[in-house]
Design a protein around this ligand. Structure first.
Ligand code: HEM
Length: 246
């Protein structure tokens, strides 16, 4: 990725080039900020923010899809229920967003994925008011979605297990509380600006894949390798795919 970022940056430099002048984009704003105040906003800052924006929009959604596939495929009962729902539903040849969000069991699997393995598990820090005390500006309070989503007082028992049913069994009061405490896209003024795009992709791509292919883990007994840097990343999801009906 650094190489790609560098080559795109070169195309935009200097910022008065024709290409840069005609562009209205994040990169141009960053380069303009650098030109107007190079000592405060260095090229390294331009690079870091550009790469952050690319990763924010791709690695997160990929991680969520990865987690979804793993949990569903590693649990044959869940896989079976999901497949039954998808095959019985009247879906367009390319699954539409409205169709995806109207599939109750699929929605439960997706929420349970984002609950158990939010793609950004690290602490999201903010200034804060705690028990009516406004903390000084230098104090940052961090909340980790990974931890918050395991709170049994909110999400019920076995909160460390993948159990989509918890979303279907919860009464209205509990469900509202669970929805309110979902923090996979952060919250407040810096909440994820790409969340609608991410949900759009997830609600189309995942039902499409599971409807279209018979899927099986190649090594069902081998746990998925994972590590947490800025994002939660996984490795080793090997799946055999076979187009249904072939
Ligand atoms: C499942 C997918 C995604 C997840 C889990 C996710 C998660 C997050 C989280 C937790 C934050 C920090 C929010 C906070 O500080 O309160 C964030 C911020 C951000 N996300 Fe996402 N994101 C996803 C997809 C996307 C996509 C598709 C894009 C862009 C196309 C995107 C762009 C951004 C940007 C630019 C920020 C910084 C917002 C700011 O600081 O004001 N994200 N995301």
């Amino acid at each position: 990725m650094p190489e790609t970022a560098e080559s795109v940056l070169k195309e935009f430099q200097p910022t008065d080039s024709e290409k840069a002048k005609s562009a209205i984009c994040l990169l141009k704003s960053l380069l303009d900020a650098h030109v107007s105040s190079p000592e405060h906003f260095e090229m390294e800052d331009v690079m870091a923010i550009s790469m952050g924006a690319i990763a924010a929009g791709s690695d997160t959604t990929a991680s969520t899809m990865h987690s979804f596939c793993w949990h569903v495929l590693a649990n044959p009962d869940i896989h079976h229920k999901l497949t039954a729902e998808l095959l019985n539903a009247k879906l367009s040849p390319i699954v539409q967003y409205d169709e995806g969000i109207a599939l109750p069991y699929f929605q439960a699997c997706l929420k349970e994925t984002m609950r158990l393995q939010p793609a950004l598990p690290y602490n999201i820090t903010r200034g804060a008011t705690v028990n009516d005390t406004v903390l000084p500006g230098s104090v940052r309070v961090g909340v980790s979605a990974w931890v918050m989503h395991r709170d049994e007082t909110v999400f019920g028992p076995y909160s460390r297990s993948f159990r989509p049913e918890r979303w279907l069994e919860a009464n209205d009061g509990r469900l509202k509380k669970m929805e309110r405490c979902m923090f996979q896209f952060g919250g407040g003024s810096h909440a994820c600006i790409g969340r609608h795009l991410a949900l759009f992709e997830l609600n189309k791509v995942l039902p499409q894949i599971f409807r279209q292919y018979e899927m099986e883990l190649i090594s069902p007994d081998k746990p998925l390798e994972h590590f947490t840097g800025f994002f939660y990343s996984q490795k080793g999801l090997y799946v055999s795919l076979r187009m249904r009906g072939t």
